[in-house]
Design a protein around this ligand. Structure first.
Ligand code: FAD
Length: 448
């Protein structure tokens, strides 16, 4: 029924891709966004030669569907690849930045792990498979790879992606690829080698870390410019089903009727006033924690930094007991992020590891961070540029037991025909995952 009217609430990446894909299929689609710009977490700001990212800094291209979508948006000419140096990723160990090994040879000689830990990794294919369907990332990593790899590789890696701890996240939901390797091949190492052909067949392309010339915002901005109907400054306070369809309420205004509504608003924005659901359902939704996170974008004169910053950045394992989770070497990652002669760093603070640090005011947080940078990268001068972004709720934690949350979403959709839920709270938090989930949702809606 092509004459269906569809509303999308929220112009985050999932909502934008869903709306674009529905419009392409010939449906009438209208997007309602509370802010003045599209993109939600995807926001780039330019000030006096500094170009900073408030949310995602990079997109990992590994799926053909995502590359094709970027091409369809005519964004391939604007796409930029990360500097080859960005292959190098540092981990802080005993106060020193040590590169993560990038090859088998490097893994043998790295000072990052003890001989015992290296031998433990070699034994990984012989560790028996665990049938527990829902284990934490920490349980999985310790069992298969040992405690040193958990502490100095997995713990900082999880902080870097989810701003959270491996002992709270569910392996199957947060890192389904790792879960599948164990289930299918009985080993991560064995599965990584023998699964390569299968991944290629499944639409995988060589991995590429990208952004766009004018930053990440180019992607939502471009999708938004291709939409026929997008309204900004529309904070939707409730969604109601009436006899003739769905209505959206914003202030004193009401929009509708719509045959379908796609909700792309984060879970913490939901309430029983927003959407009519029972108490038990709302409690399940509220059980999803989004840890607070501070992002400090800092500029320094190159001569004030002793470390060459020749890499992607560094991650800090919890064991090192520092006040920061890690930092990106943003002006190494991509050109034109800082004025000539300067470095731009993006530092992450708080998350599930140290939630209280995340909420500190800039004047309290900055000295803490500067002290850490003096020690870690040999910073010798003051920052010449500071932008502080506070995310009171950053990224949804796919906790153990997340199946119940996913079932709750399915139930809400079944009990409210015409309503669809879309966002990083379902099937992946990365921007590429959100793009593919938006496309799949449009297929599901058009077939419904
Ligand atoms: C600090 C940070 C760093 C990240 N880094 C990376 C990275 O490097 N790479 C990567 O792939 N991913 C990264 N992510 C994850 C990724 O950016 C997000 O998961 C993704 O952008 C979320 O998209 P979404 O579709 O869920 O919508 P969101 O971005 O959550 O957008 C939701 C939209 O709904 C709107 N809205 C909310 N309430 C209402 C309402 N009542 N009425 C109307 N509109 C409303 C909001 O204004 C917003 O525009 C990062 C996330 C954060 C926070």
């Amino acid at each position: 029924m092509k004459n269906r009217r569809i509303a999308v609430v929220g112009a985050g990446i999932t909502g934008l891709v869903t709306a674009y894909s529905l419009q392409k299929k010939g449906f009438y689609c209208e997007v309602f966004e509370k802010n003045t710009a599209p993109g939600g977490a995807m926001k780039t700001v330019k000030t006096d030669g500094w170009q900073v990212e408030y949310g995602p800094n990079t997109l990992l291209l590994k799926d053909k569907a995502v590359k094709d979508f970027i091409e369809e948006m005519d964004l391939l000419p604007a796409k930029i690849s990360a500097n080859p140096n960005a292959e190098k990723r540092y981990i802080l160990k005993s106060g020193e930045l040590v590169p993560l090994p990038a090859s088998a040879g490097g893994a043998v000689s790295t000072p990052l792990f003890s001989l015992k830990a290296k031998l433990r990794v070699l034994a990984e294919p012989f560790v028996s498979k665990n049938d527990n369907p829902d284990q934490t990332v920490a349980e999985f990593a310790e069992r298969r790879l040992g405690s040193e790899i958990l502490d100095y590789a997995i713990n900082p890696f999880v902080a870097g992606i989810f701003a959270n701890n491996p002992d709270t996240l569910s392996l199957r939901h947060a890192f389904p690829a790792m879960h599948n390797l164990e289930q299918e091949y009985g080993s991560l190492i064995w599965g990584s080698f023998s699964g390569a052909k299968k991944r290629k067949e499944a639409g995988r392309i060589p991995r590429e870390l990208i952004s766009f010339k004018d930053g990440i915002r180019e992607l939502p901005g471009t999708i938004s410019s291709k939409l026929d109907n997008i309204r900004f400054n529309k904070d939707i306070s409730s969604i109601e089903k009436k006899l003739d369809g769905w209505y959206l309420i914003s202030g004193t205004k009401q929009f509708g009727p719509f045959d379908n509504v796609v909700l792309n608003t984060p879970l913490y924005k939901w309430s029983s006033e927003f959407l009519s659901v029972d108490k038990e359902t709302m409690e399940k939704i509220e059980s999803v924690n989004y840890p607070p996170l501070s992002v400090l974008c800092l500029g320094f004169r190159k001569e004030d930094v002793r470390h060459p910053l020749d890499g992607f950045g560094f991650l800090v394992p919890e064991k090192e007991r520092r006040s920061i989770l890690g930092a990106l070497f943003s002006s190494t990652l991509f050109d034109n992020r800082a004025p000539a002669g300067h470095h731009l760093l993006t530092v992450f603070i708080g998350g599930g590891r140290q939630p209280r640090l995340a909420s500190l005011e800039t004047d309290k947080l900055l000295p803490l961070v500067i002290d850490e940078l003096k020690d870690i990268i040999g910073l010798e001068g003051d920052s010449v540029f500071v932008d502080h972004i506070y995310w009171p709720k950053s990224i949804p934690a796919y906790h153990v037991g997340y199946d119940e949350v996913l079932h709750t979403f399915d139930n809400i959709e079944q009990e409210n025909p015409g309503l669809f839920l879309a966002g990083n709270f379902r099937h992946g938090i990365s921007v590429p995952d959100c793009i593919m989930n938006g496309q799949k949702l449009a297929d599901r809606i058009s077939g419904s």
